[in-house]
Design a protein around this ligand. Sequence first.
Ligand code: ATP
Ligand code: SKM
Ligand code: MG
Length: 196
Amino acid sequence: MTAGPVSDHAPVAVLIGFMGAGKSTVGVALADLLGVGFCDTDHEIVARAGRTVAEIFVDEGEPYFRQFEAEVVADVLTTHSGVIALGGGAVMTPAVRAVLAGHRVVHLAVSPDAGFARVRSSKRPLLRAGPGTGSVDTTPEDRYRALLAERAETYQRVADITTDTTGRAPAALADEIARALGVLPASAPRDEGLPS
Ligand SMILES: Nc1ncnc2c1ncn2[C@@H]1O[C@H](COP(=O)(O)OP(=O)(O)OP(=O)(O)O)[C@@H](O)[C@H]1O
Ligand SMILES: O=C(O)C1=C[C@@H](O)[C@@H](O)[C@H](O)C1
Ligand SMILES: [Mg+2]
């Protein structure tokens, strides 16, 4: 959401995108490439709450999780100057979109097939059936596809840069994002290119 950095200590990049897009994975690769710290808001929530994301969803419900998540996002945006990966649903909360204004937001996109293949064996609460999660009449894959389709426009709108991660390695994605942001350190290898 471009409007210039909100402070000198603003994060280098804020990664957004759907479950399985690779925000946590590419975020670590990008932070390593740039020699900066990495913060994953899902991990920050777990550390602060002393419970897993799935436990918070079950014990308190999604609205409580979203409020907590919005507070954590607002906090880390003012305290963390490296790479930040947001939880997959964070930008659906209006308060999160508001605090992202002026930050360098990168959308990691993924095809439904590739994304679901990446997360099918993990414990994402919104892919499970049950109260406050998905319908018992649909499969996790149905829910994955429907939620991705529902959110795609918002990810696109909030981001300054979008890159499709389907079939691409995290290290290559990190390199591409760093170049797009113009923040690649001088010592990093550059494309050879063809002689003109
Ligand atoms: N570019 C990629 N190619 C292949 N596999 C990947 C890629 N990026 C991530 N993965 C794998 O996909 C799975 C999900 O990745 P990751 O946890 O980084 O996604 P996420 O966007 O952070 O999801 P969530 O929103 O649920 O936190 C992991 O097993 C990871 O190793
Ligand atoms: O897409 C979502 O709504 C979520 C994604 C994860 O990162 C977690 O924040 C949680 O499982 C919810
Ligand atoms: Mg993640």
